[in-house]
Design a protein around this ligand. Sequence first.
Ligand SMILES: NC(=O)c1ccc[n+]([C@@H]2O[C@H](COP(=O)([O-])OP(=O)(O)OC[C@H]3O[C@@H](n4cnc5c(N)ncnc54)[C@H](OP(=O)(O)O)[C@@H]3O)[C@@H](O)[C@H]2O)c1
Length: 351
Amino acid sequence: MIARKLCALGSHRVLEPAGALPQAARKLDATPAAHANEILCDVEALNIDSASFRQIVAANAGDAARVAAHVLALVEERGKHHNPVTGSGGMFVGRVREIGEELAAHCDLRVGDRIASLVSLTLTPLRIDAIERIDMATGRIWIRGTAILFETGLYATLPPDFPDDVSLAVLDVAGAPAQVRRLVAPGQTVAILGADGKSGMLACAQARERAGTSGRVVGFGPDATTPGARLLLDEGYVDAFVELDARDALAVLAEIPTVLPELADVTINCVNVAGTELSSILLTKDEGTVYFFSMSTSFTAAALGAEGVGKDVTMIVGNGYAKGHAETALATLRNRPPLMRYFMQRYGSES
Ligand SMILES: NC(=O)c1ccc[n+]([C@@H]2O[C@H](COP(=O)([O-])OP(=O)(O)OC[C@H]3O[C@@H](n4cnc5c(N)ncnc54)[C@H](OP(=O)(O)O)[C@@H]3O)[C@@H](O)[C@H]2O)c1
């Protein structure tokens, strides 16, 4: 390991380019030994961010062996799972192996604790010794390897009442339901794109609670007959689920008078494909808010798109972190048994 001054943000692990912080770096040093201000974990599984996994799967024609080789090569090259195409990563579940001596006294973790990282794999030094299995449906990858958490790195101890795989799925997108609670007020109209995905379903449930029965929540997605879309309707988390391709802004525009004539006070974008900025903007009222949780969001497409259609909307970048977000996301399921059952079935190991 190269000797550098230890930094709370992990810059001492940056190999290239000099002066960068870990997220912006091209390459990190993933040597599996904890510095005084780090935590070393044995990694059991990665939850690859949905936009990233979808891109990697497409680039490898859906072949699991090629996906594994791709991920191995990417992590070997960069010392982290940072997809250069989507710019996104994911998070990991693992067991604490070593706690650096400066952290040991005031850290609430002990060697042997099992945790989920709540910071992105795009800034987490990661080494993969072997890939054991890939779930092509969920983007879960079971590995043997190690990761480093920095002094400022966020993590959650795994809740005892959730299977690990479900915790991983929920914690990966924990920022979305927490932000929805902040953004949506009683009586408002809310549009959620990608409503039957992980973050979309949690967002719908929280939007319903916050908007109340005087508000309106409308989910959008490519297929209204999925089990997720049906659950959203059956449980009343959405008032309607509209089938559309959010990449087709003109088609969305044509549908608006029928499906959302009042337009949305708040639009939440939870899709995992590129090119949906304009649909989100068109669905939103003047002076409304668009929250782009999707990692496929382009700043220029959103900024210039809104300007181009003359919409004065507030657009928010989907920070993956919000205070208390892990607890909020887990409680979203705990307080809603049907949603919990759905996540168990869809994202649990037996899926
Ligand atoms: N901001 C953050 O910190 C953060 C953290 C984690 C993840 N993310 C990002 O958040 C997004 C959602 O993640 P997730 O894990 O919830 O993904 P997910 O479970 O894969 O859900 C994605 C949803 O988008 C829908 N979708 C796909 N193509 C669409 C289209 N053309 N029009 C409308 N809907 C479409 C999918 O429908 P089908 O299933 O029918 O295709 C699905 O409902 C991803 O971009 C992910 O990378 C952001």
